[in-house]
Design a protein around this ligand. Structure first.
Ligand code: ATP
Ligand code: PAU
Ligand code: K
Length: 261
């Protein structure tokens, strides 16, 4: 132990996931709420106490960041620079190359998490793929035969939809998403759960059907994100659920940039 390890950071609008890798070997992962006010010093205190608690001996010498929140990148860069003495790769920024460039409208920026999912999905399953990611938003990334991101769909996230319902209607409580026993709810919570769960299943199936109709080849569907396995219980659509897809993509992109440097 003690040789150079990779710190991979996946920063979403709700949560930020840190994970540590020794080459392709997974070492540890931790999650923190995304907050652009958090400083490099605060990240370090948090990280080092978790390292200690889990008795992980990590000598971090390289880092890669995917951030859907531009403002947090500054402090994450400072963390890597000041404490790990390295310049992190930042997906979507100059200096971080992707195996295949996205093919989208000129001037458009693709969410870095979607680019990362595309790379990981293509590596594991090849081209002609739809990657569904259940995060703050639910995204569908369409991966072409050669691994290029060629567009997709952005829908409101499951928890966001539940929160909107609660915020807008005085008599509707805050609830967690769950798969209801029956479609017909016989109390408020069960009615809301049915609406969100089966509504979402309908959304996913409808979007995948429409995307497939637009393409000439069959397309497998891969699901990732915290709620993927819950929704996999309500549809036959997913070829596979892969919770670690985004992290796998970060490791691949880091490797790719080292090889092509
Ligand atoms: N059965 C479940 N019921 C409710 N929430 C769940 C369940 N399983 C996982 N989750 C939630 O899923 C979330 C993890 O999802 P994920 O990391 O993909 O997205 P996120 O952190 O919410 O969004 P983003 O990546 O955009 O920040 C966690 O907030 C967790 O609470
Ligand atoms: C859609 C989200 C919020 C999903 O995390 C993120 O990928 C993002 O901010 N994307 C930018 C717009 C786009 O991907 O087309
Ligand atoms: K995510």
């Amino acid at each position: 132990m003690g040789c150079g390890m990779l710190l991979a950071i996946d920063c979403g609008n709700t949560n930020t996931v840190f994970s540590i890798w020794n080459g392709a070997k997974f070492i540890a992962t931790w999650r923190i709420a995304t907050d652009h006010k958090r400083t490099a010093d605060e990240y370090l205190v948090w990280l080092s106490s978790l390292l200690m608690l889990t008795k992980t001996e990590a000598q971090i010498t390289e880092a890669i960041i995917s951030s859907t929140v531009p403002r947090v990148v500054f402090n994450l860069r400072v963390l890597c620079d000041r404490y790990f003495n390295c310049r992190p790769l930042v997906v979507g920024k100059p200096g971080c190359n992707l195996p295949v460039a996205p093919r989208v409208d000129q001037g458009t920026t693709v969410g870095p998490d979607r680019l990362v999912n595309t790379v990981a999905g293509f590596d594991r399953h090849g081209g002609n793929l739809i990657v569904v990611d259940f995060g703050t938003a639910t995204t569908f990334d369409v991966v072409d035969h050669d691994g290029a991101y060629v567009g997709g769909v952005i829908a409101p996230g499951v928890n966001l939809s539940l929160e909107a319902l609660h915020m807008a209607a005085a008599a509707l409580p805050h609830i967690d998403v769950a798969k209801p026993a029956k479609a017909i709810g016989t109390n408020t919570v069960a009615c809301m759960q049915s609406g969100v769960y089966w509504g979402y299943i309908g959304l996913i199936e409808g979007i995948v059907r429409a995307v497939r109709r637009e393409r000439e080849t069959p397309m497998n569907v891969i699901a990732t994100g915290g709620l993927a396995s819950l929704f996999a219980q309500g549809t036959e659509l997913f070829h596979k659920v892969e919770d670690d897809l985004t992290m796998h993509g970060l490791v691949l992109i880091n490797q790719y940039n080292k090889e092509t440097a």
